[in-house]
Design a protein around this ligand. Structure first.
Ligand code: HEC
Length: 134
């Protein structure tokens, strides 16, 4: 089954390769927008916005690795992604967990926790970039 999936990816890559790269870049740009929205939403105590944006970051993090099939090399993607896919997967999971924690704190109206949870979320972006982004 795994062999079949791999073969399937190899066959479809030349067709979908650049599309998937464009798509993931769009989603990362959206992450950036969402981080800015969260930052200002915290100071204006807009819990709904924090919940929405953190939820979107969480959702992308949960399927982030799907956007990196073997061979989908781009200028921004480090070879480490494919030589250490397990580590890359863990980094995406940490990102998802941090976004989830922030989302839940906002749902529970824990205003005093939001700033530090936002910093923690931001550090999971940066730490993945350090190892897996060029
Ligand atoms: C698990 C790893 C990982 C996590 C977590 C992650 N990123 Fe990235 N990010 C990447 C990689 C890899 C690229 C390069 C993708 C490419 O160019 O093909 C990238 C690219 C980007 C880009 C550039 C997109 C472009 O237009 O070229 C931005 C902006 C970005 N990330 C923001 C964020 C933000 C904000 C977060 C956290 C909310 C985040 N990323 C979390 C791995 C990650």
């Amino acid at each position: 089954m795994r062999k079949f999936v791999l073969l399937f990816m190899l066959i479809t890559l030349p067709v979908f390769g650049s599309e998937i790269i464009d798509k993931r870049k769009q989603l990362y740009q959206k992450n950036n927008d969402n981080m800015k929205l969260i930052y200002s939403a915290i100071s204006s105590e807009n819990f709904e916005q924090v919940i929405k944006s953190a939820g979107e970051i969480e959702a992308f993090a949960n399927k982030m690795t799907d956007y990196f099939p073997v061979g989908s090399v781009s200028r921004g993607s480090s070879d480490n992604i494919w030589s250490d896919f397990e580590g890359f997967t863990k980094a995406a999971k940490l990102n998802s967990n941090a976004a989830k924690t922030l989302r839940i704190a906002a749902q529970d109206n824990k205003l005093d926790e939001l700033n530090s949870l936002f910093s923690e979320l931001s550090s999971t972006c940066k730490s993945c970039h350090r190892s897996y982004k060029n």
